[in-house]
Design a protein around this ligand. Structure first.
Ligand code: KIV
Ligand code: ZN
Length: 497
């Protein structure tokens, strides 16, 4: 084992996927897992099998689909969780159970109504139990960021002795300062006999310090980092994989190595963003639209004279190809197939043809079809077997007239039509929809995001609708904002229980 190697543990499909509205189905998760394999991650956390039948199935299917990375399943320090995780992992070629319990005083007192001693007993029992099923057991000390170091060292020592191969030190609340988190890892390295076990970082970004904390952990001896693509994750997210990979690659002085194929970063980022309907902010480090765009005159002048003046990373190193083919209505199957492959999508012939037909329709409406458009098209089959479908929509609006919409719906094969007015075209269209689907539902959030530039853009619409005390998330993408909004609403309705 190379003592300078940093193991990349990707939790996009577990911690990352906990973001409301970003849930993926099993087919999409397999697609992401295969992209992570090509990216060179060492461990894929595929889910929390006891949490739902869907998570169980995803862990099982990813275990079958992926060859090289270790597949990891999350559990609480509970025997039933571990039994179910072991079962879900049965097809994995390399498998790991990730079990753990909260160790901070507030978790011990308020979550478990327990004592420090009892928590160590439960931690040890869980690790020993998991070792009956697999040789590779990772233990997480939840809220380790706010756990007193001396007690944390006792927990780590006890679980290593019980057979843990990796001990995860999560800054669950994203509270630690980099100096504090680095010192915590150093304290553990200095005070625990780790044997062959390694420490792992797992940092949340609540105060914008996840990447800095992860680097502080690695520089102080941790040898695994837990990360997600684009930094997706609950609240402010997790540490972004691409940032740690590129910091290590750019800073030869840190003397750390990884197996990440950085040229696959861009395509994986776009794929995850597209499948999760989770836009990447334009100025996001490494993968944002503006990450390599030098706009100030002084910078442009410098970069033209010598690229090293202002550019510390070659965009090609993260897989951004400036020779990208622009797709238009005249582009053929081959060009579309190539572009999909650059974006990490390898459809079979039937699916390619389906995307191509959609592409031709879009290319008729837009001068140039962008990567984002293609990602939307590639994910468009989601609504294929939906219960409610939009047949047609006609809207009249403008200055001096009351907006009116006529809508046609197909509900489980039966046709319905209605018309309604509203204070704007979207309102009129949704009123018409609601006059057919008479269920109590209220819009909680409505976001329209354009994804390229120009008036022929495809808009992405994210909606949250409350129904029966639950909030449902819907998504629509269309060059027509009103139609896209209705599609997003119908996407929510199709998810009602
Ligand atoms: O943030 C956290 O503490 C976690 C653990 C469950 C590993 O995600
Ligand atoms: Zn977490």
């Amino acid at each position: 084992m190379d003592k300078n190697k940093v193991y990349f543990f990707d939790t996009t499909l577990r911690d990352g996927e906990q973001v409301p509205g970003c849930q993926l189905n099993t087919v999409e998760k397999i697609q992401v897992a295969k992209a992570l394999e090509e990216l060179g991650v060492d461990v894929i956390e595929a889910g929390f099998p006891i949490s739902s039948p869907g998570d169980f199935k995803s862990v099982e299917e990813i275990s079958k689909a992926v060859t090289w990375p270790t597949i990891c399943a999350l559990t609480r320090a509970v025997q039933k969780d571990i039994d179910v995780a072991a079962d879900a992992l049965k097809y994995a070629k390399h498998k790991r159970i990730h079990t753990g319990i909260g160790t901070s005083d507030s978790h011990i007192k308020y979550k478990f109504n327990s004592t420090r001693e009892e928590i160590i007993e439960r931690a040890v029992a869980a690790v020993k139990y998991a070792r009956k099923f697999v040789d590779d057991v990772e233990f997480y000390a939840e809220d380790a960021g706010r756990t007193e170091n001396e007690y944390l060292a006792q927990v780590v020592q006890a679980v290593v002795k019980a057979g843990a191969t990796v001990v995860n030190i999560p800054d669950t609340t994203g509270y630690c300062l980099p100096s504090e988190y680095g010192a915590k890892i150093k304290y553990l390295i200095d005070h625990v006999d780790m044997g062959d076990a390694i420490l792992s970082t797992h940092c949340h970004n609540d105060l914008g310090m996840a990447t800095a904390n992860t680097m502080a952990g690695l520089l102080n001896g941790a040898r695994q980092c837990e990360v997600t693509i684009n930094g997706v994750g609950e609240r402010a997210g997790n540490t972004a994989l691409e940032e740690i990979a590129m910091i290590i690659r750019s800073h030869k002085d840190v003397d750390l190595v990884t197996d990440i194929n950085t040229k696959k970063i861009y395509s994986t980022s776009r794929m995850v963003s597209g499948l999760m309907n989770m836009p990447v902010q334009a100025n996001k480090a490494i993968v944002g639209r503006n990450a390599f765009a030098h706009s100030s005159g002084i910078h442009q002048d410098g970069v033209l004279k010598n690229v090293q003046t202002y550019e510390i990373i070659d965009p090609k190193d993260v897989g951004i190809d400036d020779n990208s083919i622009v797709l238009t209505a005249r582009s053929g199957h081959a060009a579309l197939k190539y572009r999909l492959e650059v974006l990490g999508i390898k459809p079979d012939e039937a699916k390619l043809d389906e995307i191509y037909q959609q592409f031709l329709k879009l290319a008729d409406k837009k001068k140039q079809v962008t990567d984002d458009d293609i990602l939307v098209l590639a994910g468009a089959e989601r609504s294929g077997n939906a219960h409610v479908k939009l047949d047609f929509l006609q809207v009249t609006s403008g200055k001096g007239i009351r907006p009116t919409a006529c809508i046609g719906l197909d509900i489980a094969g039966e046709k319905f039509e209605a018309a309604a007015q509203g204070n704007g075209p979207v309102d009129a269209a949704i009123n018409a929809l609601k006059s057919i689907i008479k269920r109590k539902m209220t819009i909680k959030e409505f976001t329209i995001q354009h994804i390229t530039k120009g008036s022929d853009d495809t808009a992405k619409i994210h909606l949250q609708v409350e129904h029966g005390g639950k909030v449902y998330y819907g998504f629509g993408a269309n060059t027509d904002i009103v139609t896209g909004s209705v599609e997003a609403y119908i996407d929510c309705i199709n998810k009602f229980n």
